[in-house]
Design a protein around this ligand. Structure first.
Ligand code: EPU
Length: 335
């Protein structure tokens, strides 16, 4: 365990917001986390990859940074392999590492910022695949009594950008490991998502391999989404809203070109489309803005504060509500 006093968190959140932690604790194993919890109780904040976090103030107290590494095969048969990853393993490095070994399953989730441990929290998803499609289990410790837990897919209660960790277990558990199930052959290719299909057609590929899907996803993401190491951001700032079929019908009547998809009993709308139609795409004030290629993404061009980013998010939410009667919900955690 490493302890740093009065430490800037600027490099530990992908927005690059410069707020401080009174103490920053780096934990490298479940034992170190248990030891910390036994002696200090709940930390003010548990930090993973910092890719889904907006810090609007300094953290008065301890930030526990989960820095557990490791990749080990825990099960293998002719068709599948299950691999257990430390929560601190970088997500995209893991994706590339599995593809290099010819394994399938993670290709559509290429280039998502963050670490393995935070992937289940918001059930990361992109281009028709969600973490729950490859998830076997995750392990960790309960914060109040250090009791170890292991959750199956069913127990993790996944839904769109959601899981038990954002609801009943919010702030109550630290994830230390993640087990994923990957294919060795007969890969389940998901190439139906509009942008992927278009790219593959352009390249003349009709039977893509997982690696080719990953290459296409990386190219699409690079063309639309800002690289957090260049421009601070946390991917989609808002969730795509799910509305009733009736509400969607009403809106489609007024805006026939509005994208909408069936989801969880209603219709999922594209918040990026709505925000763009409301005139916010490419907006910039000082160092805060709405990305020019993807209106769902708020950006820090340099020295924006978390409060400035939050204020812009609120303005957008109010404006969208006034225009469309749709209540947008942030995808990122506000601290
Ligand atoms: N659109 C616009 N203007 C915009 C952005 C999007 O008109 O500025 C339209 C697009 O033309 C398309 C529709 O909205 O018709 C959907 O856009 P896109 O395919 O880019 O996906 P998204 O709904 O904006 C979601 C995820 C992304 C994920 C992509 C691809 C959420 C909140 N976001 O974005 O996830 O990469 O689909 O699957 O579900 C993230 O969560 O951080 C993230 C980047």
């Amino acid at each position: 365990m490493i302890v740093q006093i009065n430490q800037s968190l600027a490099k530990l959140n992908t927005f690059g917001v410069d707020q401080k932690a009174s103490r920053l604790i780096w934990a490298h194993s479940p034992e170190e986390i248990a030891n910390y919890l036994k002696h200090h109780g709940a930390p003010a904040l548990v930090l993973g990859g910092g890719s889904n976090l907006l810090l609007t103030k300094d953290v008065e107290g301890d930030v526990l940074k989960v820095d557990i590494h490791g990749r080990e095969v825990v099960f293998e048969d002719d068709n599948h392999v299950q691999i257990r990853f430390g929560a601190g393993e970088n997500w995209h490095e893991v994706v590339l590492w599995t593809l290099m070994q010819g394994l399938g399953g993670l290709e559509n989730l290429s280039l998502i910022p963050g670490n393995c441990g935070t992937a289940p929290v918001q059930n990361i998803g992109a281009y028709g695949v969600e973490l729950q499609d490859v998830f076997v289990s995750c392990e960790g410790l309960m914060i109040d009594d250090c009791a170890p837990f292991k959750l199956s897919r069913k127990q993790a209660r996944f839904s769109y950008r959601n899981s038990i960790f954002k609801n009943a277990w919010k702030g109550k558990a630290v994830i230390t490991h993640l087990v994923l199930k990957l294919t060795k052959r007969n890969h389940q290719i998901h190439a139906d998502y509009g942008a992927i299909k278009g790219e593959l057609e352009k390249m003349g590929i009709s039977k893509p391999t997982p690696k080719q899907i990953s290459d296409v996803v990386i190219a699409i993401r690079k063309s639309k989404l800002p690289d957090p190491s260049q421009i601070g951001n946390s991917g989609s700032f808002f969730k795509n809203p799910i509305v009733t079929k009736e509400k969607a019908q009403e809106l489609l009547h007024m805006y026939p070109d509005m994208p909408s998809y069936p989801a969880e009993g209603g219709k999922k709308l594209a918040a990026g489309w709505i925000i763009e139609k409301s005139g916010w795409k490419g907006y910039r004030k000082k160092d805060v803005g709405v990305h020019k290629n993807q209106a769902l993404v708020l950006v820090n061009y340099g020295n924006a504060t978390g409060r400035e980013i939050h204020a812009l998010a609120q303005k957008i939410m109010e404006d969208v509500y006034a225009r469309y009667g749709i209540q947008l919900e942030p995808e990122v955690n506000l601290i």
